[in-house]
Design a protein. Structure first.
Length: 300
């Protein structure tokens, strides 16, 4: 795949705005990615392409990404290639900002470049779990989740967990509308974007080619999850449920893991965005690691 493609030339490489048509190429390029950062995953890049103005470039089989707005800055991400990083830094006049870096990627920059303005925000760290822990919920520390699931099973013995397909996507879209508009949740600007892109995902469910699972109770959708596997990690991008059904969230968490995670692998349930309730929930599943994500300025 020795290629260079794009429509927007930046004077050193060619970048093009990410589109849904790029998901197959992104999947191939990130197949061996081991950073386990949720931002660097094919479907995530496609999903947030407009919100963060994401562009992509391939140069000598290497993937490079440009975020036109990452917390107010233009920044880049690429795999550990001195040649590509040097090109980016040269184009930016001797220094460039790089974002969504794992601990190992941060260390690569510190070992090979003069770096400054290292930034890290706890609110954007990812929660990483051993797959077996979430698949089994074994041991005293998961007693609470098991109790919730037992209650769910008792109250809703006929609940069905099924893959989202073109045949039932409209029902999941209807649930989405209710989730965003009818369940009394506060409406943030980002929620409007998320809602619109969820509709896109559900309309293009086969093209997105992700792992999906919806829970039906009495013939209606009560929740759903969407994610993808990158390297050895199942990344859970979306998890929505109607909490009027007691225990639906832990039941969905375990069912999704059992269906799509692999033994010996990991599950990334993404960040908590600083929401106290979400942080408490994610911590209650006892992460094996909280993945710190960094941005920094690298100089030649």
């Amino acid at each position: 795949m020795n290629m260079l493609f794009g429509v927007e030339k930046a004077g050193f490489m060619e970048f093009k705005k990410v589109t849904l048509d790029d998901i197959e190429m992104l999947s191939a390029s990130l197949a061996d990615y081991r950073g386990r950062v949720c931002d660097i995953s094919p479907a995530n890049l496609v999903f947030w392409r407009d919100y963060y103005d994401i562009s992509v470039c391939f140069d000598c089989d290497r993937l490079a990404l440009r975020f036109g707005d990452m917390d107010g800055f233009v920044s880049y991400w690429c795999d550990a290639s001195r040649a590509i990083i040097d090109k980016i830094i040269a184009h930016e006049g001797g220094e460039a900002r790089f974002s969504c870096l794992s601990e190992q990627e941060k260390e690569f920059f510190f070992q090979n470049y003069s770096c400054g303005e290292l930034l890290h925000e706890r609110d954007w760290d990812d929660y990483l779990y051993r797959a077996e822990d979430i698949m089994t919920l074994a041991g005293k520390k998961y007693c609470g989740q098991r109790n919730h699931i037992n209650k769910f099973n008792k109250l809703y013995p006929d609940a069905e967990f099924v893959e989202i397909t073109a045949q039932n996507a409209a029902e999941v879209k209807e649930f989405c509308y209710g989730y965003f508009h009818e369940f009394g949740r506060e409406r943030a600007d980002v929620a409007e974007y998320e809602e619109s892109k969820l509709y896109e995902q559900l309309d293009c469910i086969e093209k997105y080619s992700q792992h999906t699972l919806a829970v039906f109770i009495d013939g209606a959708v009560a929740g759903f999850s969407i994610g993808e596997t990158v390297g050895d990690t199942l990344i859970v991008h979306t998890e929505k449920a109607d909490t009027r059904f007691a225990g639906v969230y832990p039941a969905l968490v375990k069912a999704f893991a059992c269906r799509y995670a692999t033994e010996g692998g990991y599950i990334n349930r993404e960040e908590d965005c600083g929401e106290a309730g979400l942080r408490t929930s994610k911590l209650s599943y006892h992460p094996t690691e909280i993945i710190k994500k960094y941005s920094l300025i690298a100089r030649a």
